[in-house]
Design a protein around this ligand. Structure first.
Ligand SMILES: C[S@@+](CC[C@H](N)C(=O)[O-])C[C@H]1O[C@@H](n2cnc3c(N)ncnc32)[C@H](O)[C@@H]1O
Length: 306
């Protein structure tokens, strides 16, 4: 297994302590520890069935999508996670006799190891890249691992964990003519089901559990607001409010949090289909060449080109 490192564990550990001190934890820390990865997997088990038909449909289209690519097909996945969705595409390409080079890009060493091992089991040429996809420089370096045309993936609602306006622009900036991007997002539904599941709570709480906090130390709050930059864009913030004075140790630094203080956990954007189309096409300047809505209407997957 080969994993190239642009973002080291020591850097992540330092950033984690700084983020704790700032009371604001970005998305990458929610997949960092084995506890977080376990919580993520338990959360994913529930959604797997609802997205499977979409992924079967994409796998069926994959060979057609890359038919103009000569030679080896580079498949570069931003925020690849365990790579389980990516592998459906890889397997379809390999089964059609295409040679593939798979590059999962993720900040989580554990996730990357799973993604690389899985693709290698399928006899796919694989290079893991440990990098920060919120950094335009890292994104560009990751994209340039292979020459265009390339198939980029940013799936499993990865876009929603970043500022989607910035992130889509950064991803679009990496793309050249002939490249294809598959990106998906959770659709905003007004069905009032804002009450988070136990699995969601365990997932967002895991980084705090890793520094010794228990659920009885405070309250988790999920709050959704409209993002005023675009109609149809919503942000769900997740916060922890300390119920008493707390002391945590992160990367050897002692961090004190007073009763009543809030720590911002990772957020999730949700989109109406129109808002997502606007971000991809008008804001980031990509062409939407196909859309695959999930059967239950909760996700949409877009196929885009430059
Ligand atoms: C919502 S998960 C999606 C995973 C996978 N694509 C799927 O479909 O199941 C987001 C992934 O992005 C990764 N991630 C989060 N923030 C990141 C960052 N700043 N840089 C690189 N990877 C990041 C996480 O480790 C996680 O694997």
């Amino acid at each position: 297994m080969t994993i190239e490192v642009l973002l080291t564990e020591a850097e992540i550990a330092d950033e984690f302590a700084e983020a704790m001190e700032a009371r604001d934890l970005p998305e990458k820390f929610f997949y960092w520890t084995p506890l977080s990865v376990r919580a993520w997997k338990q959360l994913g088990e529930k959604s797997h069935e609802s997205v499977k038909p979409t992924w079967d449909a994409l796998a069926a289209k994959a060979t057609e999508l890359v038919k103009s690519f000569g030679g080896k097909v580079p498949v570069i996945s931003f925020g690849a996670g365990d790579g389980s969705k990516d592998r459906l595409i890889l397997k379809a390409l390999l089964a059609a006799g295409r040679e593939v080079r798979y590059v999962p890009v993720d900040s989580s060493q554990t996730m990357l190891e799973i993604a690389c091992a899985g693709a290698e089991d399928d006899d796919c040429d694989t290079l893991g890249l440990k990098a920060d996809i919120s950094s335009p420089v890292h994104l560009m370096l990751a994209a340039d691992v292979s020459e265009a045309p390339r198939l980029f993936l940013m799936v499993g609602n990865t876009l929603a964990g970043f500022d989607p306006l910035d992130q889509m622009k950064h991803v679009a900036a990496c793309m050249h003519k002939g490249d294809i991007l598959i990106v998906d997002a959770r659709i905003h539904d007004d069905d009032g089901t804002l009450e988070p599941s136990e699995e969601q709570k365990a997932f967002v709480f895991a980084p705090l559990a890793s520094v010794g906090l228990g659920r009885e130390d405070g309250e988790l709050k999920f709050v959704e607001n409209q993002d005023d930059r675009k109609a149809g864009l919503y942000i769900m913030t997740r916060r922890f409010q300390a119920a008493r004075d707390l002391t945590m140790v992160a990367s050897g630094r002692e961090i004190k949090v007073e009763r009543g203080e809030r720590i911002f956990l990772n957020f999730r954007y949700r989109f109406t289909r129109e808002a997502l189309r606007w971000i991809v096409a008008e804001h980031a300047g990509l062409k939407i060449v196909g859309e695959v809505p999930a059967a239950d209407g909760r996700f949409v997957t877009m196929i885009c080109s430059k």
